[in-house]
Design a protein around this ligand. Structure first.
Ligand SMILES: [Zn+2]
Length: 451
């Protein structure tokens, strides 16, 4: 009788910094990897177990990608208003399940979700983990803790903080501890803090930090006491420095980190997840010159990040690859592998280092199951990609998931059938009844729409 399993013969890139094994084999038994190594060293008893043997000439076998920065609850929002105000939570959750399958079909078998709206992230994670829907293995951060100086407190002071915003507004120090305990009760895996503002929302709002050093310490201590990890949105120099000094596990962006911040990261073993894809996509899409968001601010930030993050990486701070999928510049299922190309082109990494940054390196953000994924190693879950060619030579191969031969999650090839495009409901985006002003032109005696 055939046992459920596979012997995959091809080039192996295992998720570590090791050179590829050019003629390798991976044995998959049930949901786990049973053996990996040089093909010539494959023990004979594996061959007699009835596994399906698959020859993969000029193919590479890698761990499934781990995206270190997604927002599964954001639904490809184009604005803060769309994200915070529109679409009932129930429909948002259904959308998130639809999008989860797209992420998996892009070869992303695990993901770190870096702030949720409502408790959508936890529901999606659990719906996937209990076998009801297809998607990556998610690690979920709660709503971002923010202040009036942080990202997400976007609306005027004369209105209430919207419950649909993916943040909770912190007013006093006691609120900090309460918010963390509240979220842990709601089954988050991680605490997320909005440590600075963001050019996306407020132009050049990079000067200061949204929390004091003492407040960052309170957050880190309480989060760690409750067995969770904490990350921070830290575009400004001060927010990167103070959160790293306070012992945060992960800094998002850190574009303006300086030597003192780098030193603090090394001392406290903080990692940085730059998430350059969002900025570069925004610049490329030329969508950034409307309203408050100037494209020059994004370009300046990419320039600064290129210098500062190179220095951080050289000094020994691990960099993790995340896409920020969930906002409209980074739609689900399409850009998850671009960060690796940017790490190579902008930060000077080798393709093998970039693949490591998008696989094994991210497992430190996955406290529940990080030891079970991210590397092709006996005993770990068989979350694997089989791709044409050699991504150690051309990293962009990984951006074309439809060309992959296989995507395995837990030893089973996933359903690759593309989902039908969904239809947008009228209540999702905005309540604009005319996109422009219908002006009267006295010359012609007619109306004219101006934008
Ligand atoms: Zn984000």
């Amino acid at each position: 009788m055939q046992k459920k399993g596979y012997i995959l013969k091809g080039r192996i890139i295992d998720g570590t910094l090791a050179a590829p094994i050019e003629r390798g084999a991976v044995v998959v038994d049930g949901e786990r990897i049973a053996w990996v190594g040089e093909l010539d060293a494959l023990p004979h008893d594996h061959l007699s177990r009835g596994y399906q043997v698959i020859d993969l000439p000029d193919r590479s076998i890698l761990p499934g990608l781990i995206d270190a920065h997604t927002h599964i609850s954001f639904g490809e929002s184009r604005s803060e208003e769309e994200n915070a105000l529109y679409t009932p939570v129930e429909f948002r959750t259904a959308k998130a399940l639809y999008y989860s399958k797209k992420i998996l079909q892009a070869g992303v078998t695990s993901a770190f979700d870096a702030a949720t709206a409502y408790n959508i992230g936890q529901a999606v994670r659990d719906a996937i983990d209990t076998g009801m829907f297809d998607g990556p293995r998610f690690t979920i951060s709660g709503k971002q803790l923010t202040t009036h100086q942080g990202l997400e407190d976007s609306f005027p002071n004369n209105m209430e903080f919207p419950p649909g915003q993916s943040a909770v507004l912190i007013k006093t120090r006691d609120d900090l501890v309460e918010a963390i305990r509240f979220q842990v009760k709601d089954e988050v895996d991680a605490i997320k803090v909005s440590g600075s503002n963001d050019n996306l929302i407020t132009p050049d709002a990079l000067g200061s930090s949204a929390f004091t050093f003492e407040e960052f310490c309170i957050i880190a201590n309480e989060t760690h006491r409750l067995g969770r990890i904490c990350s921070v949105h830290a575009r400004s120099r001060d927010s990167a420095l103070d959160s790293a000094r306070a012992g945060f596990d992960n800094l998002f962006h850190a574009s303006y980190i300086d030597d003192a911040g780098i030193e603090a990261c090394l001392e406290n073993k903080c990692v940085i997840t730059p998430t350059l894809t969002l900025l570069v996509n925004l610049i490329d899409a030329k969508q950034s010159n409307a309203g408050a968001s100037g494209s020059s601010a994004f370009s300046r930030e990419v320039e600064a990040a290129t210098v500062n993050l190179r220095r951080a990486y050289k000094a020994g701070v691990p960099l993790l690859a995340g896409s920020e999928s969930g906002w409209s510049p980074v739609p689900y299922g399409q850009w998850h592998a671009r960060e690796m190309e940017l790490f190579v082109d902008l930060l000077g990494m080798s393709p093998i280092e970039a693949i490591h940054a998008n696989t094994l390196a991210v497992t430190r953000l996955l406290p529940r199951y990080g030891h079970e994924v991210g590397k092709i190693e006996a005993g770990r879950l068989a979350d694997l990609l089989v791709v044409p060619g050699n991504p150690a030579k051309d990293i962009r191969i990984l951006q074309r998931p439809r060309s992959f031969d296989y995507i395995f999650k837990g030893g089973t090839p996933i359903d690759r059938t593309p989902q039908a495009p969904r239809v947008r409901k009228w209540y999702e985006r905005q309540k604009t009844f005319l996109n422009g002003v219908y002006e009267f032109d006295e010359e012609t005696g007619r109306g004219r729409l101006t934008l």
